[in-house]
Design a protein. Structure first.
Length: 304
């Protein structure tokens, strides 16, 4: 979230719960089996558990959420009971002072986040179902890579280090960018026995495993080694815009089509055409420097 905040849209511009379910029904008809709820912070929704149950009823096999982990413990317990299968928790530091500086929230919130991570790692049953997402920035938190890897030793959770990506208002610059090659060099220096693991066919993560650790270590390398050729992700923004690429400025309003009376078949056709226009890589930009010069929504308005 930019320090100055973002301009809030009128409530009528946002998808209603029924509209979310209708769009997921369309995507399920096209073969989509995994849905992730992101934000912003999806846990601010009062109906998040009800939405979870409703999405599961549509036949979604994997239902995931990306959260900052600060909601009360019972809210996450409700989600597990409602059928949420995968949890990504965004956490960039394990130090109280840094947590306060990065999140602009009291450092004591870190205890809440770590407590909820432990809860979910136990309740969700492991197997890659709980992940910590860490955006690594040189000079800000890159010295904590070994500490985060250490969390995978005793808990059934995976830790993913994400290359810092340029978006509107996030202050990206090449001087604080830390590439995959340098991160893995540090990993191997601290954990000499670490080995490269097997990635899935459409995985956005390059996985590594420290022998004896219960969880894995992963890297999302969007900038230095993009994986656009195997990416099968689509995003629907809160105001109903379809984005076929995280980095593309182009979008298509499924909300407007839905409210105009569009049928499931018509919307499926629109989705297919949009996917067919997807650029080869990085939303049509050459590299991270070109991305930094382009206009796109702030990440908080796209959904991570």
């Amino acid at each position: 979230m930019p320090a100055e905040g973002v301009t809030l849209q009128p409530k009528g511009h946002l998808l209603t719960t029924d509209e979310i379910l209708r769009l997921v029904e369309v995507f399920a008809g096209l073969g989509v089996t995994k849905v992730r709820l992101t934000g912003g912070e999806p846990m601010v929704r009062k109906d998040i558990a009800l939405l979870t149950r409703s999405l599961r009823a549509l036949g979604i096999q994997e239902l995931a959420i990306t959260t900052n982990g600060v909601a009360p413990r019972n809210r996450y317990e409700e989600l597990v009971a409602a059928g949420m299968t995968h949890f990504n928790v965004s956490l960039d530091t394990l130090q109280f002072d840094r947590f306060a500086a990065i999140s602009r929230r009291p450092g004591t919130f870190l205890e809440t986040v770590l407590g909820n991570v432990a809860l979910l790692a136990d309740a969700a049953g492991g197997g890659g179902r709980v992940k910590l997402n860490n955006v690594v920035m040189r000079g800000a938190n890159d010295d904590e890579i070994p500490d985060f890897v250490g969390l995978t030793a005793g808990q059934r959770l995976d830790v993913r280090f994400i290359e810092w990506m340029p978006f509107d208002s996030n202050g990206w610059n090449s001087g604080t960018f830390l590439p995959y090659a340098e991160m893995t060099a540090r990993l191997q220096e601290s954990f000499p026995t670490v080995v490269r693991a097997v990635d899935g066919p459409h995985d956005t993560t390059k996985w590594w495993q420290v022998p004896g650790h219960r969880g894995r270590v992963g890297f999302i390398t969007s900038m230095s080694q993009h994986f656009c050729g195997t990416c099968n992700r689509l995003r629907i923004t809160a105001d109903g815009k379809l984005k076929v690429c995280l980095f593309g400025a182009e979008d298509l309003s499924l909300r407007d089509a839905l409210r105009a009376g569009g049928t499931n078949k018509e919307m499926a056709g629109m989705i297919g055409k949009a996917v067919g226009l997807k650029k080869f890589s990085l939303g049509g930009r050459a590299d991270m420097f070109a991305l930094a010069e382009s206009k796109n929504r702030p990440m908080v308005l796209i959904g991570g």
